[in-house]
Ligand binder design. Sequence first.
Ligand SMILES: Cc1cc2nc3c(=O)[nH]c(=O)nc-3n(C[C@H](O)[C@H](O)[C@H](O)COP(=O)(O)O)c2cc1C
Length: 156
Amino acid sequence: MRIGIIVYSQTGNTLSVAEKLKQRLVAAGHSTEIEQVTVVGGRKAGGRNFQLDTRPDAAQYEALVFGSAVEAFSLSPVLATYLRGIGSLDGKRIACLVTQFFPYRWMGGNRAIRQMHKLCKSKGATMRGTAVVNWSKFRRAKTTVRAIDRLTQALA
Ligand SMILES: Cc1cc2nc3c(=O)[nH]c(=O)nc-3n(C[C@H](O)[C@H](O)[C@H](O)COP(=O)(O)O)c2cc1C
């Protein structure tokens, strides 16, 4: 299966989980690419004034994982803007990943996932799986392993 992992990752946390997920999916025999959403001229932390630069083409993939950070208890506005602007996701296998600093998913992760879910649904997608990675040190390793398992199963 041709899988795209499309992430917006300002400080590299979500990207590093995406790279581990890619390794797993490639080992399982899938053609997998990571593509990054970027903004023109960079962006200050939490900034709401930005212009999208790179907008990966989701149409070329049979399955997609969208990933980004939690910002202020919500989905990063950069990934939200990107998702609002893409075309139909009808018929594709979709899964979502968020990373957050705080240790529990109710501290922003759940809400960000709900927002992603709604945006993907508005494009005709059925969400097959979601995962939250908690970046605080004592939860990072465990939640990363769990996320990669969940997302791999969701796309199988
Ligand atoms: C402006 C801003 C707001 C944030 N708000 C939250 C939050 O509400 N809850 C949380 O758990 N982490 C929050 N974080 C932490 C990020 O979600 C976390 O560091 C994430 O892993 C960053 O991912 P990235 O490196 O892929 O951008 C925030 C970070 C920034 C910069």
